[in-house]
Design a protein around this ligand. Sequence first.
Ligand SMILES: [Ca+2]
Ligand SMILES: [Ca+2]
Ligand SMILES: [Ca+2]
Ligand SMILES: [Ca+2]
Length: 245
Amino acid sequence: MANVNLGFLGFGTTQSRNGTLQRPGGGLGIRTDTYAFETGSITANVAITSRSFSSEKIALVLFNDNNADGILNTGDTVRVNAGSGGTVQTINSTLSKGHYIARLTSVFDTGYNVQLARGTSNGANPLAAPEISLGTISQDLQKRGRISDNNNADNFAFTLDGTSSLNVNVRELGNKKGNVNIRVVQDLDSDGVVDSNEVVVRGVSSRNGNLDTITGLQGAGDYILQVCQSKGNTRFAASFDHVAV
Ligand SMILES: [Ca+2]
Ligand SMILES: [Ca+2]
Ligand SMILES: [Ca+2]
Ligand SMILES: [Ca+2]
C-alpha cells in the first residue's frame, strides 16, 4: 500500500508513476494505493489514467480530500468513480481549487502505471488513453456519449487501414447549452500523453458550434478521437462514416 503525495499539479504538467498494488504476504483482500494532489484558484482540467501491467482489473476513484491531509480517511468524499474497473481506467474532471486523492484498488496483486495531467480548463484532454475501443473501422459506426464536469472528455480509440478514409461528425443533442470540441490525435511515442506533434487534425465547428466535423482522415495507423468539453454539459452523437478509397 503506497500513499503518494504529488503536491501541486501545475498547468501543462503530467505526473507519471509506476507502482504495485499488493498485500504484504499475499492473501485475500483489496489492494489500495493513493495519489494525493492539489489544484489552485484557476479551474483545472484534470485527466487521470490507470493502466494495469497484467490482466488484473484496477478500479479508479477520485475523492475530495476534505481535510487536506493527503490521506484517504472517513471524512473524504467520492468526486468521480471511473466505473467497475478494468485494465485501462480514465477520469476527466473539471476541478475547482482544492485537495484531491486518486485511489487505485485491485483484488489481486498487479503492477500499474498511473498518470495525472492538468490541461487548460475547457481545453482538450491532455492524455491519450484508449478509453472506448472501436477496433478497426471498416464500416459506418455510431456512438453516443455524455460530457459534463465529471466526465469532460471521451477518447474513442480506432485503427484505420490503408484503404480507408474516415469522415467524423459529432453533434450535440438535447438543449444544446453545452458545447464540445473534437480533435484526432496519435500517441506516436506511446507515452500516454498527447504531445504537441501528435495532433493530427482539429474539428471544424459549425457556426452555432453544435456540429463538429473532421473530413477525409486517411493513413494506416492507430488514432484517438477526443471529444472534449468546451462549455457546460451535453449529450452527443458521434458518427464515423467509412469510405473505401
Ligand atoms: Ca483526507
Ligand atoms: Ca470519458
Ligand atoms: Ca505521446
Ligand atoms: Ca461543438
